[in-house]
Ligand binder design. Sequence first.
Ligand code: MN
Length: 449
Amino acid sequence: MKPILREWLTEAEARGLMKRVRREVSPIHELAAVGKLLEPQYGAFFERVAGSAIPVVTGLAASREAMAQSIGLSVRELPDRFNDALTRLTPCKTLNREDGPFAVKAHILTGEQVDLGILPACLHHEKDSARYLTAALCIVKDPETGIRNVSIHRHEIKDRSHLGALLLPRHTNQIFRRAEALGRPLEIALAIGVHPALLLSSQATTRLGVDEFEIGGTLLGEPIELVPCETVDLEVPVECEIVIEGRILPNVRENEGPFGEYPRTYGPRAPRHVIEVTAITHRDTPIYHTIIPASMEHLLLGGIPREAAMLQLVRQTTPNVKSVHITPAGGCRYHAVIQLDQQYKGEAKNAIFAAFASSSEIKHVTVVDTDIDIFDTQDVEWALANRVQAGRDVFVVTGAMGNKLDPSSADGVSDKLGIDATIPVDAEHGRFQKIHIAGMENIRLEDYL
Ligand code: MN
């Protein structure tokens, strides 16, 4: 599978996953509203966006099925393939300037030509402070090791050549602090308009010092091809649409936000990092990608890599775990449902401990049996209703680390809840068996209507 956005868009349209909007839309709320109404069933390609010559796509992979299809996989295969990619990296292939010309270098804007205003960046939610870039891969290199890091952050457009950035205490932030300690800016490249597999790989739960593009290479079954930037010593995917080059300024912080975030609440305004843009390069008629915050596209990009990491950790202690689902209503961060083929008393509770250990964001964990579809919230609630006695099956751990964006937490300090919704191992099974109409699975309704 070629990691090319345009090829996936053609495929997505052919599969009926993408709607084309020909009417002109405003990037101020209107585009986000239409995109939000179409997802998760459809992504949207907006041909004409007011104030910009550049079309916009959103919901590249707006459902779990679409995300899997974009990599040529089924939903079932995705977590194991993602895990495999985490442990078996595929080095990138860096092209030389002589290998060009490259489509993404068709237009090179530097110095006074730099103008972020050419982009159809969207104002998504009502109280957002400004237009934001939400789907840019953020590429930096560790000044000590030279190893690349790839991630996604939100970027507030401040003026023609400055972006605000929220760098949570993760890898980009860690790497920037190393540069800042030396009194130096950190070079950064933002790649917009990339294949869903690269977006997904960038969200991998991995240690500092792993190049997320090498995870993407394994996921796609071929090395990611990169091309050098113009004004910074970094490389970007050759098959992207728009590149913004710049540097994160040392010892500079400016107010950024508020911004509507994945939990469907606003992240507050506070002093944050500032990027000075040194170049913009793009294709002829590039495609701009925006991820609508808290859309299924946004949530799944966070959720699927977290599920893979959780599955790996939980299976170390509880090998009979079949699958895990980190659910969208919990922002694909807080709520996990684990499917367990329980053989021994107490296994469900061990699985819950391991799930908490997989991410500090995990808050409530439910374990169910293999006859429960963990992707069907009705079925999971049925298990809670029929297989849980709170005094026996529910436990709470108080005062652990959670997520600051959870408004119910005490500045990130959060309780954890485990629910064992499995049938007791020694129970008489018939009491817990689901009803079933014999032969229903063989009925074809069209034969009767
Ligand atoms: Mn990283």
